[in-house]
Design a protein around this ligand. Sequence first.
Ligand code: CA
Ligand code: CA
Length: 223
Amino acid sequence: MYLVFCSDSLSPFTDNLTSYPSDTHVYGVTCARTDSSSPHSFSRKGNLDGVMLAEDLKEYIGRHAALWTMLAVNCNLDEDTCKDIACKVAFQLAGATEEAGMNLQQFHDFRLNYIETPKGFFEFFQRTVFRVYDRDGNGVLDPRELDNFVTLFYEADSIFAGDRRLPADKEELKQVIRLRFDNNGDGMLSFDELRNVIAGQADLSAPSVTVSVPQQQLPASET
Ligand SMILES: [Ca+2]
Ligand SMILES: [Ca+2]
């Protein structure tokens, strides 16, 4: 169920709608959830076109810590960077662009598909992790971006730290990832190729060590 408000006010949008003066009109949308203290809503300051721009989306994401705090914890990033990345991913998933903004229908679908279902929410998180390392945002990790990504696995405070299944060092892990997950062999890792790695559901162990039989030592030349 939506509650639609119209706004020509420059007042910042807050969770507490009753704090608005009577002449304030807020254009937003809220869904019927049990947590009424945290309405899913957005404002478009001084603009009634129903389009949500990056500024509005960042405000929405900022008020929903669950959308970005996991990034801060897992990737050791500051809050603002996490919110920016979550915004970029939200626009992408909504099929919208930051320049053109997100319309009400796109916002509704994004929220329904990626915020309100655990599966969708997990995918949103995985995509934000991927986007952290896809610095240029071209949708694939090039060798340098992959190098940054695998560093995550070997940092002291990493959630993967101490996992004995991991190869001994990141060079070996990169090799494992390229061999097992670069399905189209283009030397780049797309989100779909890395999805299970990010989800912690991939076998990253080094190939089983084959015990090589030492070659028979040749007698030293006597000449
Ligand atoms: Ca890239
Ligand atoms: Ca590839």
